[in-house]
Design a protein around this ligand. Sequence first.
Ligand code: MN
Length: 146
Amino acid sequence: MATIPHTGDFQWQGVDVLKYKEVGDHFKDITRQKLYAGCPDLPTELRYFEIAAGGHSTLERHEHVHFIMIIRGSGEALVDGQVRPLATLDMVEIPSRCWHQFRATKGAPFGFLCIVSAERDRPEHPTDEQIAEMKKDPTVAAFIRY
Ligand code: MN
């Protein structure tokens, strides 16, 4: 593996800026770059996600764990039933089976690195009943987008 130079503005040489997900519409103004695809000795992917001002990721949960470091701007995330502020160089672990959503709430791009297992389960989206349960907390109710 050669080096992968940063070419400016949170883009890297030879790395495509992709749609966040190929299907679904429960997200807004977010892109994905796969920086590392893993190998047999290190079956782990490193991705960079960037949410434009006002955008958000999918409200989802899954068996696999994410580990995230913010590298651009600030925003907020729902993790483990709480809305948490996140600023550049903060880190957060998204535990297994934990509902999560990221939002660029500061009027500027919000970007983060995310490590995941190369082999992982598909995300699950909340049912109306699960959303109603989450919305019992007024802070969560005001935050989530779906
Ligand atoms: Mn996720």
